[in-house]
Design a protein around this ligand. Structure first.
Ligand SMILES: [Zn+2]
Length: 552
């Protein structure tokens, strides 16, 4: 079906449509093709294209095949697939009673390893250390005069004042820090006792949870045995293989423009889903089969359209975007030498739901001096554009912007089916993808008349997720970083981290005296500060441990 309309399309083109401008090009064939791509990519057969699944691999193969058919040669790797590893959910072993005090010989109920556990066994005497809080600023140290070397520390979850995040111990809520403190004092294992309100069992486990140094188990109060116990804790931590798909339309030009769209989605739900209820396939027709369809058809048109020959085009279907832009981060960090210099990047994420009369939203116009002028000329009736200077950090273009590459992000707006199983092809407006494709072509047309972009930095507005924090460090964390600490992948100009002299690649390991091992402990540390306060930030740069003061 797709192939036959494709052939018809080529026939029409060859009859002399090629000299036309972007606004005149007939796109009804492209529109049919795009709807076909969206229909397949968002079908139940692909089960929501979750990275590492068969459905995601079918999507990868489909995109690779269409790219080849449309004249884009496999690029970046020999077959065009650029593989990388992503962290997957950690899970319990089938037998949850792996934390058993063997000496008592009694299998405990409601016993499970804590996500932060190291896999392994520990033996020792139980020693209570209160809440395990060492807070010199609050005059409290639960470890004072407690000899826990060689012992199993028993730590009460929650806070001494019982007020959790609303009390004065808020910044000590993070159990990771307390477990770590016990390990530093020589404890060989930790038993956590939850209070009535503490839920210590995130299920499924937080993705990417990294093991701690010693075995940690959770035991309900009243079931904790006295004396010598043996612990045995085990958590399965899984990874998956994801792949970006890359195709190259080579016009022998000196400048290469990247056209990107992520093809991964949420599978049956899991993290990031807004769906409540029985697991269901999240088809992701708008998010983001729509954007993939646009770049696939763009490849076909840009291959033959004479106006397009001012540039080469690198077309990339990114994976693991929903996990935190992992695919595009991998791409920019590992792109081969011939793609080190990139002229610009156009990203398409959710472009299938433009309602009648609504504009196409284009963000990132502040990332190059010329963008506002280019876009003012790149409109074709009846489309209007709503432009935003900041690129935002919500999709893959952010990874390119942080590398100093001018970007634009195309988007037709949010809707009630976002990240829900109801994001289906029936709700896609064919004219929406057609208009988006036309705007892409018009942008290329205007750019080709004066192919220059002067990159500039934009002040990124604080994102909604940082709203609960009183301060920001002004960094973009590298969510793909697998080591201990928070690796900086980008900095906002004029914000505390940049002012203090931190640079991309620095790995923050301590903030204001609090250890930073991962995103969770970073957030916990950050939430402790108010505007105007000063904090020492300890970080690793090129293997060297350095410290600087930041002012929030
Ligand atoms: Zn998306």
């Amino acid at each position: 079906m797709r192939f036959s309309v494709f052939v018809l399309g080529m026939l029409l083109w060859s009859l002399g449509a090629w000299g036309q401008s972007a606004c005149e090009l007939p796109l009804h064939v492209a529109r049919e093709n795009m709807m076909h791509h969206i229909g397949y990519l968002s079908s139940d057969e692909l089960e929501g294209r979750y990275p590492g699944t068969e459905g995601a691999d079918k999507a990868r193969q489909y995109i690779a095949q269409v790219l080849r058919e449309n004249g884009a040669a496999p690029a970046v790797t020999d077959n065009g697939s650029q593989w990388f590893t992503v962290a997957r959910l950690a899970s319990f072993p089938p037998d949850r009673n792996s934390a058993v005090p063997l000496k008592t010989g009694v299998a405990l109920k409601n016993t499970f390893p804590h996500p932060r556990t190291a896999n392994g066994a520990a033996s020792g005497k139980i020693k209570r250390v209160g809440y395990g809080i060492d807070a010199s600023d609050l005059g409290r140290n639960d470890f004072r005069n407690k000899r826990i070397a060689g012992k199993i520390a028993l730590i009460q979850a929650g806070t001494p004042d019982g007020k959790g995040p609303h009390g004065k111990f808020a910044k000590h809520l993070d159990l990771d820090t307390r477990i770590d403190r016990a390990a530093s004092a020589g404890a060989v294992g930790v038993v956590l006792v939850p209070g009535k309100k503490d839920n210590l069992l995130p299920e499924p486990f937080y993705k990417g949870t990294r093991p701690g140094r010693i075995p940690v188990v959770v035991l309900p109060e009243g079931t904790v045995p006295r004396g010598l116990i043996d612990l045995n804790a085990f958590v399965q931590r899984e990874t998956a293989q994801a792949a970006n798909v890359c195709g190259f339309v080579d016009h022998g030009a000196t400048k290469t423009l990247v056209l990107g769209a992520h093809y991964d989605h949420l599978g049956w739900g899991l993290e990031h889903s807004l769906h409540r209820g029985e697991p269901a396939i999240h088809n992701g027709a708008d998010d983001n089969a729509s954007g993939v369809a646009v770049v696939l058809e763009a490849a076909r048109l840009l291959k033959e359209w004479p106006t397009a020959k001012a540039f080469n085009y690198l077309i990339v279907g990114f994976s693991a975007e929903e996990d935190g832009l992992l695919g595009s981060q991998h791409f920019v960090a590992n792109r081969p030498a011939e793609f080190k210099e990139l002229f610009g990047m156009l990203n398409f994420d959710m472009v299938g739901r433009m309602e009648k009369g609504n504009p196409l939203i284009v963000s990132g116009t502040g990332t190059a001096l010329e963008w506002p002028e280019v876009l003012s000329r790149a409109t074709c009736l009846p489309i209007s554009l709503k432009t935003e200077s900041a690129p935002g950090s919500a999709s893959d273009h952010a990874s390119f912007y942080r590398q100093g590459i001018p970007v634009l992000h195309f988007f037709t707006g949010a809707h009630g089916d976002y990240h829900r199983p109801s994001d289906d092809v029936e709700k896609i407006e064919p004219l929406s993808v057609e208009y988006t494709l036309r705007t892409l072509l018009a942008t290329v047309e205007v750019l080709s008349q004066a192919p220059a972009l002067t990159q500039q930095d934009v002040k990124e507005p604080t994102t909604a997720s940082s709203a609960s924090f009183k301060v920001t460090l002004g960094v973009v964390p590298d969510y793909a970083f697998a080591g201990s600490g928070m690796r900086i992948s980008g900095l906002s100009p004029g914000k505390p981290a940049e002012k203090a002299g931190l640079v991309a690649g620095d790995v923050v390991v301590e903030l204001g005296g609090m250890p930073v091992r991962d995103m969770t402990s970073y957030m916990t540390a950050l939430s402790a500060f108010s505007k105007g306060q000063k904090a020492k930030v300890v970080f690793v740069r090129d293997g060297e441990r350095l410290a600087k003061d930041v002012v929030f």
